[in-house]
Write a protein that binds this ligand. Structure first.
Ligand code: ATP
Ligand code: MG
Length: 259
């Protein structure tokens, strides 16, 4: 289920504006890779380019390669919808579908692809996905109530359940804890730790403690100034990035001297 992503010399544009330049990174399966760096350096932009969500924005495009276990996601004839099914995404603000129940939220993506799933298969999948997201015990007696009625941390775990219900190979998370309290944040971090045994995970975070707690590899991005493209400055084992980085700018950022 877990696959490798190789990014080769990727430039990412919004119309004429080159937001990110020359990114080359190898993202390992069954591991957590953190993207860190100051606001505007392109972390979310790079993340969205990994499942072809970037091009949903009008005028947005990329130049370069993103390989999923060797297959170019931007190759001719590749269906972006299929890419997004293989590479799921969890956003900063929990976004359960407000009119749907907890159960319907978990099944939303699956039923798009497979309308004729039997009731008992659906029940199994709902339980498995909610257990996978560490939410089952809290909601098993109220699967029929609206997902929007859950707490913020529960809603975020519901979104994770929805993302894993379609059996993706990769999970992308853009600041998944930034709207959550510390307890919910730790719950999500524990969950990420468990999920990495099955998935390739990429997480964007502004929280340095979080990056060092949850990730195996860290990519530090930076930007030279307004209007300049963001670049990958350093990519290494998380322990190395936080204790003994090679580049001065990385050192300055992780030690809180800027950003
Ligand atoms: N929809 C868009 N249209 C045009 N430019 C955009 C769009 N989204 C982002 N950008 C620009 O691309 C650059 C990178 O933005 P991005 O959101 O990827 O940064 P980020 O590192 O995720 O920042 P933050 O930490 O604040 O979330 C910025 O200059 C930003 O203004
Ligand atoms: Mg962002």
């Amino acid at each position: 289920m877990s696959k490798r992503i190789e990014i080769n010399d990727l430039d990412i544009y919004y119309g004429d504006f080159k937001a990110v330049e020359g990114v080359t990174v190898d993202i390992e399966p069954r591991a957590v890779t953190a993207f860190i760096g100051p606001s505007g350096c392109g972390k979310s932009t790079v993340l969205r380019s990994l499942n072809r969500m970037h091009e949903v924005i009008s005028g947005a495009w990329v130049d370069g390669e993103v390989l999923l276990d060797g297959a170019n996601l931007y190759g001719p004839g590749v269906d972006p919808v299929n890419v997004r099914r293989q590479i799921g995404m969890v956003f900063q603000r929990p976004n359960p579908f407000p009119t749907m129940t907890i159960r319907e939220n978990v099944l939303a993506g699956v039923l798009l692809n497979n309308r004729r799933m039997s009731k008992s298969d659906q029940d199994d999948l709902v339980e498995r996905s909610l257990r996978g997201a560490n939410l089952w015990n809290e909601v098993k007696d109220r699967l029929g109530v609206p997902g929007s009625g859950l707490s913020g941390g529960q809603q975020q775990r519901l979104c994770i359940a929805r993302a894993i219900a379609v059996s993706p190979d990769v999970l992308l998370m853009d600041e998944p804890c930034s709207a959550l309290d510390p307890i919910s944040t730790l719950a999500i971090e524990d969950l990420i730790e468990e999920l990495k045994t099955e998935y390739t995970i990429v997480i964007v975070t502004h929280n340095m403690q979080q990056a060092s707690r949850v990730s195996d590899k860290t990519a530090f991005f930076n930007i030279a100034g307004t209007g300049k493209p963001g670049k990958l400055i350093e990519f290494d084992e998380t322990a190395k990035i936080f204790s003994n980085p090679t580049v001065q700018a990385t050192e300055d950022y992780v030690s809180g001297r800027f950003g």
